[in-house]
Write a new protein. Sequence first.
Length: 148
Amino acid sequence: MILTINNKNYELTFGLGFLAAMNKHKPAEFEGMKTGYGAMALFNVGQALGDPLALYDLIRAATAASPQKPSNKELEDYLTQLVVEGRLDQVFANILEEVKKSPILAYAMKIQGGQAPQVAANQQMTVVGQAPEIQTDTNTPTPTVSPY
């Protein structure tokens, strides 16, 4: 897919390298530890919420292996232009169509029936944080068996 930013064409590549770049930059956390995986699920949330930073991250990852990459300033200006012109959602949709063409990315996003999970505008989302800490009394002696 070719994306034109500041009158320059940038090739967006969606495959295993893109997934690795997304996971490296935005890994999901599990019990407070970065897993190195799960960035596409996080992208789904960002896209559903209409967060321009999700598109920023996606463009950065899709151009990671390209010799020519847009600068941070070019990306910010481009995203600002999309928001002002009311085209951000359409660009998200177009890019998502390209992403869905990759079986690896479709699987990583858990796209079923040709669609990524959607969050309705009036639907409440629950953010799952770190699992609650289990309080353990560290002063309680525990029986241990020593092999010596």
